[in-house]
Write a protein that binds this ligand. Structure first.
Ligand SMILES: Cc1cc2nc3c(=O)[nH]c(=O)nc-3n(C[C@H](O)[C@H](O)[C@H](O)COP(=O)(O)O)c2cc1C
Length: 194
């Protein structure tokens, strides 16, 4: 079992949204993925994150009523048809999107940095869990993650909350190619006392 996990982690690969089919995971797989996302290291059990699942018809609604409107509101010019098309399809590129909203607990003995790291761990776990079930998955932020109207629409406070990521999950069309990976010796060293 453990060698299977190691092998999976050494080979797993994200599939970019433009290469995935917008097919949702089964409900039971989605619940398994979510349960893995909630089971993360979290110093002092602060739980500074919330998961908002955008699936089925809610994807189109979110695209048209939240993302497109936010794009229009933040642009000084009228959006071209091409841009409108792009902005009204973002969530529909995949079968389901899990937004990870980070609501920091301040003041708290656990620094905000550690709360942010825990939110990142939620995203990683969701991604890895989806990939382990052979779904196409990608962690995306793009401009909506930084837009106050989008944060509000997800139930967050744009003055203090952050979106750690949108985890897109869909169906693979083909196996992804490997990408450039870090060179081990440039990143890893063993400390020795001088
Ligand atoms: C916090 C974060 C935000 C990201 N946002 C985007 C994004 O907006 N658009 C994008 O194409 N890739 C984004 N990526 C990169 C991809 O999700 C992914 O890391 C890359 O495709 C390689 O993934 P892999 O190493 O899992 O194969 C982001 C990654 C992280 C960690």
């Amino acid at each position: 079992m453990s060698s299977d996990v190691i092998q999976f982690l050494q080979q797993r690969r994200s599939v970019v949204t433009k290469k995935m089919l917008p097919v949702a995971p089964t409900d039971s797989d989605l619940e398994q993925i979510i349960s893995c996302g909630l089971r993360v290291p979290d110093h002092s059990n602060v739980q500074p994150w919330k998961l908002i699942v955008i699936k089925d018809d809610a994807r189109k609604k979110f695209d048209e009523e939240v993302i497109l409107k936010a794009a229009e509101a933040s642009s000084s010019e009228t959006l071209s048809d091409t841009v409108k098309q792009l902005e009204s399809q973002r969530m529909q590129r995949s079968g389901v999107v899990i937004a990870v909203l980070c609501s920091f607990v301040i003041p708290h003995k656990i620094p905000v940095w550690e709360q942010q790291l825990s939110a990142g761990a939620v995203c990683s776990h969701l991604l890895i869990a989806a990939q382990s079930l052979d779904y196409a998955a990608q962690w995306i932020t793009e401009w909506p993650a930084y837009n106050p109207d989008v944060i509000s629409a997800l139930g967050g406070d744009p003055t203090s909350d952050r979106i750690a990521g949108f985890i897109h999950i869909g169906k693979k069309q083909s196996q992804p190619d490997e990408r450039k990976r870090p060179i081990h010796d440039e990143k890893v060293s063993y400390w020795q006392q001088s």
